[in-house]
Design a protein around this ligand. Sequence first.
Ligand code: TXA
Ligand code: MG
Length: 290
Amino acid sequence: MAETTLIKVNSEHPDVSSVARAAAVVSQGGLVAFPTETVYGLGADALNPRAVRRIFRAKDRPADNPLIVHVANLEMLPLLAEQVPPEAEQLAERFWPGPLTFVLRRRQGVAEWVSPGLSTVAVRMPRNQIALELIRRSGTPIAAPSANRSGRPSPTRAQDVMADLSGRIDLILDGGPTTVGIESTVLDLTAALPVILRPGRVTRSDIESVIGPIGQPPSGEELKRSPGTRHRHYSPRAKVVLAENASAATLVRLCQSFQEHGKVGFVGCSSLDLIGEPIEQVLLENDPNA
Ligand code: TXA
Ligand code: MG
C-alpha cells in the first residue's frame, strides 16, 4: 500500500471537506483511523466483507477476534441486530453516544465477517463529532477495532496510530488526544442476565442503576470462550514488572537494578526519589476518571 495520509481535524467542529474525503475512502472499501472518545479506531465499511478483511490484515488481528461496529444513530441498529432488547434501549438512552458497547444477536446474513463464527454483533455509538460525522457521511455502520497492531497498546493519539500502522492503512484523521483513554465497556445482552465482558469507563453500578442487577463476569473456562480474552493485549516493547504494595525504597532499588539492562521508566501514583538517575517517571492520577 502507498503512504498513509494524515489530516488534522478540529474535534468539536470537524471540517466538512476533510471528513468527506475520509468518508469517500470508507465508501471505496479503504481503511481510515479516526478518534473516538475512548481510543482511536481503525474503521472500514462494516457491510463490505473485503474492507473488513483488510482491517484484520492491517492489524495482524487473529481471525477469531470479533470487531465492534460503530453507529451514528439508533436507526442503524436494526440493520445489524436481529432484535434490540429493552435493556439496550434504556442503556443507549442513558449512555449513548458514549463508551458502552452492546453484544446483540446479529441479523442473519448480515456482516457475518465482523464477528466470524458467532451469531452476535457488538455495537456502539461513539461520543466524538469526527467519528459521528464520518459514520453519517459514509452512510454505513463502521467496523472499528482499536487502531493498533494486534497485541500492542491502544492508541490515544494520531501519532501512536502512525507509529503502529503507517503504510498499512489509507488515512488517519487526527482529532487530538482522546479524552477517556481506555476502551469501551463491553456488555453482553444475549445471555439470560447481561454480563460485562470487558470493564471500561461505564461501570457495573452505572449499568445496574439503569437496568437492575446484572450477572457475574465470566471466569475460568467460561472466560476462555469469551473472544476478547484469548489473545495477548497491551504489550509494550519492554519488560514490565508489576509492583503491588511495594515501599518507595524497594521501588527505587528495583528501578536501579534494571538500569544495567537498558532504559528504565517508572509508572506510578506517587513519584520516587530518583533525582540524578536517568529514569523517566510517569505519574498517574489516583482517580481513574481524572
Ligand atoms: O472503545 C472501544 O471499544 C474501541 C473504539 C475504537 O471504539 N474499540 C475497541 O475495539 O476497543 P477492539 O477490537 O480493540 O476490542 C473489541 C472487543 C474485543 O475484546 C472483542 O473480542 C469484543 O470487543 N467483541 C467484539 N465483538 C464481540 C462479540 N460479538 N461478542 C463478544 N465480544 C465481542
Ligand atoms: Mg484493541
